[in-house]
Design a protein around this ligand. Structure first.
Ligand SMILES: Nc1ccn([C@@H]2O[C@H](COP(=O)(O)OP(=O)(O)OP(=O)(O)O)[C@@H](O)[C@H]2O)c(=O)n1
Ligand SMILES: C[C@](O)(CO)[C@H](O)COP(=O)(O)O
Length: 254
C-alpha cells in the first residue's frame, strides 16, 4: 500500500467554484468486467499514472463542493481490494460507501441508488472508467439541474465532430445533420426521486438502456446536455489507457 495520494492537478482554488450546498450523492459504477479492454484485473483496477484507474474519478468527486457522499459500486468479491488498494490510498474528505454491482451497468446503478440518502436532492452517476472528468465539469452538471426546476437531469456530452452516416449492412442510408448529435458521457446528474422512479419503471417494463438519461427520457423527463470536451474519454480499449495517461500528464505538467 502506497502513501496517501491527493490529486496533483486540481484543487479548490483552481476549480474557482463558488460555495454551494453539498446536496448531491455521487454513484460511481466500477462493477464491469472490461471485456473489450481485455485485462484480467478489470480495467478499473489497472494503474493510470501510478494509481488504480478508478481512483481518479473518485478524487474528482471528492473535491466537488456539491458532493456530500460517494457510493462506489463494485463486484462483491472485489470489495476488499477496493478498500485496500483504492480507498485507503486516498485522503478523501467525503464519506464513501460500497454497493454490490449487478449483471449490467443499469443493474449496478440501481444497486448504488439504494445507498443514496433520500434527503440528498441530486444523484450524479459516473463511470469509474472515465478517469479524466474534471471537478468543474461535475459542478457544471449539478448546477445546471439545481438552477432549472424544469429539468429532471443534465449530462456531460460532446458535440459530434465527424460527418455521420446511417449505415445498413455496408450501405449508407443517410447523412444526418451532425449538429443534432452529441456523444453522451458521464457524469449524468438527476433529481434523486426522478432517477429512482426511472430505474423502478425500467425494471417493471424490462427496459435496458446504455445510460441513465435514456431511462429518465422515456418517462418524459427533460434532460439537457452540458457541453464537454472529448478529453473525458471512457477507457474501453487497451489503447485508451495511453491516451488517458498522456492527457493526465499534460494536465499535471501544464
Ligand atoms: N455490470 C456492470 C457493467 C459496467 N459497469 C461499469 O459501467 C461503466 C461503463 O461500462 P463499460 O465501459 O461498458 O465497462 P465494462 O462493462 O466493464 O466493459 P465491457 O463492456 O468492455 O465489458 C464502467 O465504469 C463499468 O465498471 C458496472 O458497474 N457494472
Ligand atoms: C454511460 C455511458 O458512459 C455514456 O457514454 C456509456 O453508455 C456506457 O456504456 P457503453 O455501453 O460502453 O457505451
Amino acid at each position: 500500500m502506497g502513501a496517501p495520494a491527493t490529486c496533483p492537478h486540481a484543487c479548490t482554488e483552481r476549480t474557482g467554484v463558488q460555495a454551494v450546498s453539498a446536496d448531491t450523492c455521487a454513484v460511481i459504477v466500477a462493477g464491469g468486467s472490461g471485456e473489450r479492454f481485455g485485462d484480467p484485473r478489470s480495467k478499473q483496477f489497472v494503474e493510470l499514472c501510478g494509481l488504480p484507474l478508478m481512483c481518479w474519478s473518485i478524487m474528482a468527486f471528492d473535491r466537488a463542493p456539491s458532493v456530500a457522499r460517494i457510493v462506489v459500486v463494485c463486484a462483491p468479491d472485489r470489495a476488499a481490494e477496493v478498500e485496500k488498494d483504492v480507498l485507503s490510498r486516498l485522503s478523501l474528505a467525503k464519506p464513501v460507501v460500497l454497493a454490490a454491482s449487478g449483471a449490467t451497468r443499469q443493474d449496478s446503478v440501481r444497486s448504488g441508488l439504494e445507498e443514496v440518502p433520500r434527503d440528498l436532492d441530486f444523484v450524479a452517476v459516473h463511470d469509474a472508467a472515465r478517469p479524466l472528468v474534471e471537478t468543474e465539469q461535475i459542478e457544471a452538471c449539478i448546477a445546471a439541474v439545481r438552477e432549472d426546476r424544469a429539468l429532471a437531469g443534465a449530462i456531460l456530452a460532446a458535440r459530434s465532430i465527424d460527418t455521420l452516416k446511417l449505415v445498413e449492412g455496408e450501405t449508407i442510408i443517410a447523412t444526418p445533420d451532425r449538429s443534432f448529435y452529441w456523444a453522451a458521457q458521464t457524469p449524468q446528474v438527476f433529481r434523486t426521486p426522478r432517477l429512482v422512479a426511472a430505474h423502478r419503471s425500467a425494471v417493471r417494463d424490462g427496459y435496458q438502456g446504455t445510460d441513465d438519461a435514456s431511462l429518465v427520457e422515456r418517462l418524459g423527463g427533460r434532460v439537457r446536455v452540458v457541453e464537454s470536451t472529448r478529453d473525458n474519454i471512457k477507457i474501453t480499449l487497451p489503447e485508451d489507457l495511453a491516451i488517458a495517461e498522456a492527457t493526465l500528464m499534460t494536465k499535471v505538467t501544464g
